[in-house]
Each structure stands twice: as C-alpha cells, then as structure tokens.
Design a protein around this ligand. Structure first.
Ligand SMILES: [Fe+2]
Length: 228
C-alpha cells in the first residue's frame, strides 16, 4: 500500500549555505583572497594550514558573519586533485599540437556563453555597487601588477523592452557598450573568469557571476528564463 507524503511534515526555512572555491597555485592564496575582497566579499577568517597554504572564510555580506549561509570558503586545490588534473591534461595533450578536439570545442562554447559550464552567482542589491566592483576589476586587469591580464570580464544586459531599464543601462559605465543579453528581462549579469581559481573539467579557470535585478518587476532574469 502506497504511503502519501505527509504534508504536515513541513520543513523549516532553508537558504543557500556555502561554496567551496579553490585557488590553483599554493602560493597564490593571498592573491585569490585579495581578489575575493575586491568582489565585496568580507573576510572573516584566514587560517594557515600545516602545508603552509591558506584556508579562508568569506561571507557575501557582513550580515552572514555569524551565520551558516552566505559563506564562501577558499582553499588551495588539494594535492590529489592537482595530480588528477595534471593527468587529465597529459592524457588529452592539452596545449599541444595533439590536443584532443573536445578541449577546443568546450573552450569555444565557454567563450560564447560563460554560463555554459559550472559557475555560481552572487546577487547584489545595488547596481552602482556592481558597476563599481567591475570598474575596479577592469582597472586591475589593466594595471594591477598581480592581476593584469588574468581577469576576463563579460557583461549581459537585460533583454530589451523595459524603457526605464534600457535607459539606465544606456547610461551605465559598464553596460552602455555591452551587446550581449541575459536570458531574461529587468536584470543584468556580470561575469568574472580568472585563472587564479580552479573549476570545471580541466580545472583551468573559475567563473563567478554577479547579478542585479531591477526592483518592482515580477518577471526578471532570475525569476523567468527567456530564450531570445
Ligand atoms: Fe548563471
């Protein structure tokens, strides 16, 4: 006899808890932590591990400091994982004339759409905040001795059609020249890809997404996905 799920067994509130990010090179922990700080994450712990690498705890907003959600952990890619990545690179001849064609095919897709592979998004409640963060990243990518050339930045405007949103984006320092669009209206996305962090099949880069949703709209980029 089948048993119906008990509707009275209500669960409590839930939220997204934490992300565990990895930096690639053991000596680049402090640089990775500085980059996360530039993104507006708040550093709450810097622990030096027995192998000399740093383990960091950040929160996406200061209000999460004593909580168990809104947390971003940052540590070095563990040794066995680094060895596995090296073996994958070797087996696929990554970066050589004999490179497996699947590598270039995947890279091409990632270049077309930063959301093609693994990534995670942080919601900002101020468009000016998002603009300031990314203008800072643009400058760092041009002139910061440690970050120069290591930050790839991509911007998606909201799908057009809301005049007030379109006008605000036309006046935005980072969106006025953007030609790409999000999969929805009334919100924007900004992506940072960096080889300081590791993720994905080859462990070569990590993509972090930052979003802003214009207030007052039921349909927006994070509520309804639309296919252009
Ligand atoms: Fe996304």
């Amino acid at each position: 006899m089948a048993t119906a799920l008990k509707s009275e067994a209500a669960t409590g509130a839930r939220s997204m808890g934490h992300m565990a990010l990895h930096y690639k090179k053991p000596e680049e922990g402090p640089l990775a932590a500085r980059l996360l700080g530039m993104l507006g994450y708040v550093l709450t712990q810097d622990l030096t591990l027995p192998d000399g690498t740093h383990f960091y705890r950040f929160v996406v907003d200061a209000k999460h400091q004593p909580r168990g959600d809104g947390v971003v952990f940052l540590s070095c890619v563990p040794e066995a994982q680094r060895e596995l990545m090296a073996a994958i690179h070797g087996a696929l001849n990554v970066g050589t004339a004999q490179e497996h064609p699947a590598v270039a095919a995947m890279r091409e897709k990632m270049d077309q759409d930063p959301e093609y592979g693994f990534h995670y998004g942080t919601l900002l409640e101020s468009l000016e905040d998002l603009e300031n963060v990314f203008m800072g990243l643009e400058e760092a990518n041009r002139s910061d001795p440690e970050l120069k050339g290591r930050l790839k930045l991509v911007y998606n405007r909201a799908l057009p059609g809301t005049p007030a949103v379109d006008a605000r984006l036309d006046a935005s320092p980072i969106y006025k020249n953007a030609t790409r669009h999000a999969y929805g209206k009334n919100g924007v996305q900004a992506f940072l890809e960096t080889d300081i962090l590791s993720s994905g099949m080859l462990g070569e880069t990590m993509i972090l997404e930052f979003d802003y949703v214009f207030p007052g709209y039921t349909n927006h980029i994070l509520s309804v996905v639309e296919w252009e």
